[in-house]
Design a protein around this ligand. Structure first.
Ligand code: TPP
Length: 336
């Protein structure tokens, strides 16, 4: 594919590092399950990391992301330290919400990651509400909302998209179509041919693209972001991808995927594909690759150690931060 972006070598290499770090984070997290420490079932995103990295890479600091329960890369690109993320997953004080956010409900609004809801699809109107707030405040910031093909079957999807379209809100809907909703294959919950065309019904662009191509995602989001910042309204991006792991760790064998299907998608894995692109341009060699991988491993060693050593929150903090502050621009005492 021919790309049109003007990314410099250092950006390309940084995107590569972020991809590697996200994969390593997920591999380590899934590996920790059942060995103590991790307090909630990990939902791995291995295979679909290029979507979060490509989508978030060009965002501004003030832009907010509303991730799904599987959008690890969004936290990484938005600069939530891996130490804090892992401590949060361990339910420890060192986490971004001082032990209250674990994996599903991790949030760090100061760094630009909003809290989603536990109900898939219900995040969509929340993201739209945040975009409405930006518009009312006359800010140039945008919201990027990630969700899966299963979430797109909820009524919230239609309500959210329609509202965002009518009010021309600065929001990008990133639909990670990984072919499964929990364990249900796409053809068992969807009789249509694609989700992108739904946007046309609401009067805004919907584009289907290769979600395993980090630069294709980056470019599509850049176009959508410019449109959103110019007051022209939302875009729906249907990113085609696959997740290698089951819905979550700790599942019984009947839910396991067909190994042949996994092998087919591994040929399109976003990381080797991007490596090949970088190698072809003379930006990466085997030694660089090993160095980036070793750095990701070392960073995750540190993150896990930090999480293990961080204390559990004291009981006095049980309800702290659980209710909206009187001043809604303050979160955990910090202004957002
Ligand atoms: C309203 C609601 N129904 C069911 C669930 C349980 N659940 C959690 S994730 C998930 C599947 C979501 O599928 P999809 O949106 O395609 O995302 P994926 O898990 O494939 O990334 C389900 C059904 C839920 N959290 N909320």
């Amino acid at each position: 594919m021919e790309y049109t972006n003007k990314l410099e070598s250092r950006d390309l290499l940084e995107m590569y590092r972020l991809l590697m770090l996200t994969r390593e984070f997920e591999d380590r997290l899934c590996g920790l399950w059942g060995r103590g420490g991790v307090v909630e079932l990990p939902h791995g995103s291995q295979g679909q990391e290029a979507i979060a990295i490509g989508a978030c890479y060009g965002l501004r600091v003030q832009d907010q992301v509303l991730p799904s329960l599987r959008t690890r890369g969004a936290f990484i690109v938005k600069g939530v330290p891996t130490t804090l993320q892992m401590a949060g997953i361990f339910g420890k004080v060192g986490g971004p919400a001082r032990g209250k956010s674990t994996t599903h409900h991790m949030t760090d609004p100061v760094r630009g990651v909003l809290l989603g809801t536990g109900l898939i699809g219900s995040d969509i109107p929340v993201a739209v509400g945040a975009a409405l707030a930006f518009k009312l405040q006359k800010k140039e910031s945008i919201v990027v909302n990630f969700f899966g093909d299963g979430a797109a079957q909820r009524g919230d999807f239609h309500e959210g998209l329609n509202f965002a379209a009518v009010f021309k809100l600065p929001v990008i809907f990133v639909l990670e179509n990984n072919g499964y909703a929990e364990y249900t294959p796409l053809n068992k919950h969807f009789a249509g041919t694609n989700f992108a065309c739904r946007a046309e019904g609401y009067g805004f662009p919907g584009i289907r693209l290769d979600g395993n191509d980090v630069l294709a995602v980056y470019e599509a989001v850049q176009v959508a972001a410019a449109r959103a910042r110019a007051g022209e309204g939302p875009t729906l991006l249907e990113c085609m991808t696959y997740r290698y792991r089951n819905h979550c760790e700790g599942q019984t064998p009947e839910y396991m995927r067909d190994p042949a299907e996994i092998a087919e998608w591994q040929k399109k894995d976003p990381i080797p594909r991007f490596e090949a692109y970088l190698v072809e341009r003379g930006l990466l060699n085997e030694a660089d690759r090993s160095r980036v991988y070793a750095a990701a491993q070392a960073e995750m060693d540190t993150a896990i150690r930090y999480a293990e050593e961080s204390p559990f929150p004291p009981v006095e903090e049980m309800s702290t931060g659980a209710y909206a502050p009187e001043d809604p621009t303050l979160v955990g005492g910090r202004r957002i």
